[in-house]
Design a protein around this ligand. Structure first.
Ligand SMILES: CCCCCCCCCCCCCCCCCC(=O)SCCNC(=O)CCNC(=O)[C@H](O)C(C)(C)COP(=O)(O)OP(=O)(O)OC[C@H]1O[C@@H](n2cnc3c(N)ncnc32)[C@H](O)[C@@H]1OP(=O)(O)O
Ligand SMILES: Cc1cc2nc3c(=O)[nH]c(=O)nc-3n(C[C@H](O)[C@H](O)[C@H](O)COP(=O)(O)OP(=O)(O)OC[C@H]3O[C@@H](n4cnc5c(N)ncnc54)[C@H](O)[C@@H]3O)c2cc1C
Length: 669
């Protein structure tokens, strides 16, 4: 254990902040009462001996990591029920503190399996399955992706063929590429799964539908006949999760196991069409809507670690013989870390918007109003892709900004990175998601040309592109937002014009689309970026907090917008929207903002309110005693348990002896 109170540099940082970090914490968690409750729940978990005694994940092998994750998450599941915690966000706080570095082997049971039953099953199916799910008799997952197809859902090869005589579906993965591959916790943990399969009835394929399949015996946990299951092996991260494979050989399930709230197959095999299209894609939309907040949290943790450490770390004397500087005082270090910090706040705000929008829209869908589904799909796909790309890149910047120690698991950042980066792939590969956004935007552009009204968040497309920026020396939020709107509108128009021109000269619409997917993704990215910037400004402006806190928050918001312009400068100046002088104002503003944020950097990360027990980072400790912690971490490496390892006698000694004998003068003769 590190001792010695709070590091003097870190203590000074907290004293010099111009605002009270607690105010920002209250805003982030939606009020002081909710902050108190969060801390109470986190403390309950942190003090629980089962969680306290668990070994540090970094020193365990994969089987041990899996077992630890299972033990912790099942204990948390039981405790959550005992404590009567029902709010999803409160469950999240408890679980996060209980198992901060263990991905849950029952995570998909809670985040996809149960919500899908709640949203897609009939009342009768819910009555049958949900009690079993809550008592963990049924533990399920979401089995969609196959060896051969993940992105192209319509191309999945698993079949569910209806047999009207037996009133059963026959599930089958008819070839190698059809086997389910990747679903989380499918390999070893779960005993049920939702299978996405091509529905065939009366000789006709009706496309992808959802079925409930029992995979293992509920007592012995052995796989059921006709089902081959297993873990897919070690991965880049998610070491403690058994992502699985599954082969189905004509497995029969009752007709009632098809999810029939919207889509139905009658006893005689008649297919009944649903009120709307793509309703069985809704489980993916739920997770996509939650990912922006989740990834923002990952990045906020990396920022805490890198910024606290940069305040403690001193390297290189600035003037000969003088004191070595805190690395956070180097402008280049600020240019790495403050945009990352601004990004994490931007994504937390975007995630807040996204999840609220999801709840609002799905409430309408539940009532049969499907009108906003295209907007929900476009925004959830776009923000999921944009936020995961931006945040994972920024996490890696945070890691490298910690120098050599950032490469050690002692820092905590490598683990954050490997758990965050698959967010770019799962729930829809990011490029593919951006192309879905582009599809929506092209449709909006066509509607605009036809004089139809556009949804509020794309109405800026109606503004003339023939304008210049209002940017002045004092870089105003309004002018920044308008610059982002202009860039997005211009890129949307450019992509649409390029497609239209190709179609006019004889290409098919599909060919024209495929030859323009790069400009289409530029347009989609610009749209998402604009959305995040605008939402960030709106949320800061509306935030109820004192003037100093708001000023500190606003500086971050401006930095996010200003830095985005500089990073994508070409797209802002290509049509002369910003002139040379205005670009200089923006560049100067960037440097001014770095200096303005500098005294508040530590307070801005303290506001995220992560206890050390969750961060588990030697570099990100609240007390800044990083060197003692690094030494303690090194001492606890299992390689240090024995002074001399057996491998020394097994491998080094024999080779030394052989080489010694070979190099004897006699041996050379
Ligand atoms: C309660 C708390 C919860 C807390 C959770 C906390 C978070 C926890 C996170 C834990 C860690 C996560 C663990 C990892 C989980 C990973 C699970 C997976 O990956 S699972 C596997 C994930 N796998 C994937 O994500 C696969 C990705 N692939 C896909 O989603 C689809 O294949 C596709 C969307 C790319 C195309 O679909 P396709 O059918 O070929 O469609 P076309 O292109 O031909 O377009 C036709 C029309 O359809 C429209 N439309 C499309 N979608 C939707 C929608 N959702 N809606 C509405 N509309 C939609 C489209 O706009 C178009 O409209 P229009 O223009 O004609 O008007
Ligand atoms: C950690 C993790 C957990 C997962 N958990 C689950 C789970 O629980 N359940 C489940 O069902 N699945 C799960 N998956 C699978 C995941 O959903 C898929 O990997 C994902 O949807 C991407 O599909 P893919 O692997 O087929 O990628 P591919 O589509 O093969 O992507 C390869 C490349 O092709 C490009 N590409 C593909 N199609 C197009 C196109 N139309 N236009 C342009 N470019 C294209 C992509 O951009 C990418 O660069 C998980 C994956 C991971 C990594």
């Amino acid at each position: 254990m590190a001792t010695g109170g709070v590091n003097a540099d870190l203590a000074k940082e907290r004293e010099r902040a111009t605002f009270d970090s607690e105010q920002l914490t209250n805003f982030l968690y939606r009020g002081p009462e909710k902050v108190r409750r969060k801390r109470y729940l986190q403390n309950l978990a942190i003090q629980d001996p089962v969680f306290k005694k668990a070994p540090l994940w970094a020193f365990l092998n994969r089987e041990q990591q899996y077992a630890t994750a299972l033990k912790k998450h099942l204990h948390a599941y039981r405790r959550i029920q005992e404590l009567g915690i029902t709010e999803p966000v409160e469950k999240f706080y408890y679980r996060e503190a209980a198992a901060p570095h263990e991905n849950s082997p029952i995570g998909l049971h809670e985040s996809m399996f149960i919500p899908t039953i709640e949203k897609q099953a009939t009342e009768e199916q819910k009555r049958k399955w949900l009690p079993l799910c809550h008592s963990l008799k049924m533990i399920g997952t979401y089995a969609q992706t196959e060896l051969g197809h993940g992105t192209f859902i319509r191309g999945l090869e698993t079949t569910a063929t209806y047999d009207p005589v037996a009133k059963e579906f026959i599930l089958s993965t008819p070839k190698l590429t059809a086997m389910k591959y990747w679903p989380g916790n499918l390999g070893k943990t779960t005993n049920h799964c939702l299978v996405m399969a091509q529905l065939i009835t009366k000789g006709k394929n009706h496309g992808i539908h959802m079925f409930m399949l029992q995979t293992r015996d509920m007592e012995t946990h052995q796989p059921l006949p006709g089902i081959e299951l297993g873990d897919i092996g070690p991965k880049f991260g998610f070491f403690d999760n058994d992502n699985g494979y599954m082969i189905l050989k004509d497995v029969r399930i009752p007709r009632e196991n098809m999810f029939m709230r919207y889509y139905k197959v009658l006893e005689d095999g008649t297919y009944v069409t649903p009120p709307g299209d793509r309703l069985n894609y809704l489980s993916m939309v739920l997770l996509r809507s939650a990912i922006t907040s989740m990834i923002g949290q990952h990045l906020s943790q990396a920022c805490i670690i890198a910024i606290r450490y940069s305040a403690v770390r001193r390297q290189t004397e600035i003037s000969p013989g003088g004191e070595e500087a805190q690395v956070l005082d180097y402008q280049t270090q600020q240019y790495k870390l403050f945009p990352a910090l601004a990004t994490s706040y931007a994504m937390l705000m975007a995630g807040r918007f996204m999840y609220d929008f999801y709840l609002k829209t799905t409430a309408q869908i539940e009532k049969g109003d499907l009108g906003t589904m295209p907007q929900l799909h476009a925004l959830s796909a776009g923000l999921k892709a944009f936020s995961t790309w931006e945040c994972t890149a920024a996490i890696e910047v945070c890691r490298m900004s910690c120098g050599g120690h950032g490469y050690s698991h002692a820092s905590g950042i490598p683990k954050i990175y490997v758990d965050a980066t698959p967010g770019c792939t799962y729930e829809g590969e990011n490029t593919v998601m951006m192309l879905q956004v582009a599809r929506f935007l092209m449709k909006m552009y066509t509607n605009l040309q036809k004089g139809q009204e556009l949804p509020s968040f794309v109405q800026y497309m109606t503004k003339s592109l023939d304008t210049k920026s209002c940017m002045k020396e004092e870089v105003a939020p309004k002018c920044l937002v308008m610059a982002y709107e202009h860039r997005a509108s211009r890129l949307i128009k450019a992509a649409a014009d390029a497609i239209q021109a190709m179609v006019m000269s004889g290409s098919s619409p599909q060919e024209a689309w495929n030859k323009n997917t790069v400009p289409l993704t530029w347009a989609a990215l610009a749209f998402c970026h604009m959305f995040v910037v605008k939402n960030f400004f709106e949320m800061v402006e509306d935030a109820k907090m004192d003037g100093q806190t708001k000023a500190a928050f606003m500086a971050l918001c401006k930095l996010y917008a200003v830095n985005g312009v500089i990073t994508h400068l070409g797209e802002f100046i290509q049509d002369g929207y910003l002139n040379n002088q205005q670009v200089q104002y923006i560049q100067k503003s960037l440097l001014d903002l770095l200096a303005e944020i500098r005294p508040n950097a530590v307070a801005l990360v303290d506001a995220f309110d992560y206890p050390d027990a969750i961060l588990q980072s030697c570099l990100g400790r609240y007390d800044g005693q990083v060197y003692q912690a690094l030494y303690d971490f090194a001492k606890s490496s299992p390689l240090n348990e024995k002074e001399v390892l057996d491998s020394f006698f097994d491998y080094v000694k024999p080779v030394q002896q052989e080489l010694e004998a070979m190099n004897q003068p006699m041996a050379r003769l």
